[in-house]
Design a protein around this ligand. Structure first.
Ligand SMILES: [Ca+2]
Ligand SMILES: [Ca+2]
Ligand SMILES: [Ca+2]
Ligand SMILES: [Ca+2]
Length: 406
């Protein structure tokens, strides 16, 4: 609909429905405030634009009818149109249902500077309130000035880059970035990771990256600083950084081989203390608790035979399984198994009172508790000497005792 038609409609409505009995002003507004004059880069989007008015007319402004329109030439298609506008000629609509005489309304909108501006250009954008199909509201003529700069990429240069960083420390890098309008962000990328810095230091142009170096894998990396302006123009600068492995706990084992680089007691080769919740030897599990029983023994020997004079197991918990294995001449049996009732077990009195072990015979006592490393004592009979005695370990599920209990 043309301007003429709109105005004709407005006049007609005034004549038909709003004919005053005395001198009245149906449509009127008083300017109460507005946003800033902006400098923008060509193509830049800026929010926070607004005008505020008071309704000084007798007609209540109603949502859907009362809008902020482009003026200068009424219904001018604005070069600062943004997709949030309902039309190229309507930046904003009344944001509340109704504004009666004496009340205020604020019209917020977003603008986008025109693209393709080759030299610094100032635009004066005129606006006015309009009651659609009725009237342009007198007293609401306003404008904003925009200075639009050409779209030019920023400049960026890496300033301080440490040649080597340990992963136990902090990666600190600075870049100097400037733009004809404003730098939006600087993206620091290395080893497939990107760290974005939006806020410069106090000087407004130094962008500082400070992240734990452990965020970056060890190796020699190309570091790229990419400065981006508000319309997406960018520039880059590159440097090389070497990141080395850390030994944070100082146990001499670098983090790639240390299962816990924050605990010097844990490292490959350390002794794993059983059942303390710590995998000291880095084999992936805490060592199992061991059966804590004692096997007191005494012997008499000659050049041909060995006789047991005392063999007592103390501290085997009730329910522990005992296995006695005997091999060689003089053994009263090859295997005996029974379950401990706790307390002291006198094995000699029960099994070996009469035994005369020959040289080379072996007697093995296994004390097994579920979830524990079994205790194993092995006695090997010798000629004219007390038996060779060895204490061994047997992890759960294993069948052969081992000398080391790790
Ligand atoms: Ca720029
Ligand atoms: Ca270490
Ligand atoms: Ca360690
Ligand atoms: Ca442990």
């Amino acid at each position: 609909m043309s301007v003429v038609a709109r105005l004709f409609g407005a006049l007609l409505l005034c004549a038909l429905f709003a004919a005053p009995a005395h001198a009245q002003q149906p449509w009127g507004a008083a300017f109460k405030g507005q946003c800033c004059y902006l400098t923008l880069e060509s193509g830049e989007v800026a929010g926070g634009q607004y005008f505020e008015f008071e309704n000084t007319g007798d007609q209540t402004w109603v949502q859907g009818n009362l809008k902020l329109g482009t003026a200068g030439a009424h219904d001018r298609a604005s070069a600062f149109w943004h997709p949030t506008w309902s039309e190229r000629i309507r930046p904003a609509a009344l944001p509340v249902q109704a504004v009666a005489k004496g009340q205020r309304a604020r019209f917020d909108f977003v603008v986008q500077a025109p693209t393709g501006v080759g030299t610094i250009t100032t635009f004066r954008e005129h606006f006015q309130l309009v009651a659609e199909l009725i009237a342009w509201v007198p007293g609401s003529e306003v404008y904003l000035d925009y200075t639009v700069l050409p779209s030019l990429p920023p400049s960026v240069g890496l300033k301080t880059v440490p040649p080597t960083v340990n992963r136990g420390g902090t990666l600190e890098v600075t870049a100097d970035a400037t733009d004809n309008r404003a730098v939006h962000r600087v993206e620091f990328s290395l080893a497939g990771k990107t760290f974005t810095v939006y806020t410069p230091e106090r000087d407004g142009r130094t962008y500082k990256l400070s992240v734990p170096a452990s965020e970056v894998p060890a190796g020699t990396h190309t570091l790229i600083a990419r400065a981006v302006d508000r319309v997406g123009n960018f520039a880059t600068s590159a440097a090389t950084v070497s990141v080395t492995l850390a030994d944070r706990d100082g146990d001499g084992v670098l983090e790639d081989a240390d299962c816990n680089d924050f605990n010097p007691a844990a490292r490959p080769g350390a002794v794993d203390r059983p059942d303390n919740g710590v995998d000291e030897n880095c084999d992936g599990t805490d060592a199992l608790p061991r059966v804590d029983a004692t096997i007191a023994n005494a012997w008499e020997w000659s050049s041909r035979t060995t006789r047991n004079t005392s063999l007592k197991v103390r501290g085997a918990p009730a329910g522990a399984r005992l296995e006695l294995r005997c091999a060689g001449r003089g053994c009263p049996f090859s295997v005996r198994r029974f379950t401990s009732k706790g307390g002291t077990l006198d094995l000699r009195r029960q099994y070996f009172r009469r035994a005369r072990f020959r040289v080379g015979a072996t007697l093995e006592i296994r004390i097994l508790v579920p979830g524990h490393v079994a205790k194993v004592a092995r006695f090997t009979m010798r000629r004219g000497k007390r038996p060779l005695t060895g204490y061994l370990c047997l992890p759960p599920g294993a069948t052969k005792p081992t000398r080391t209990c790790a």
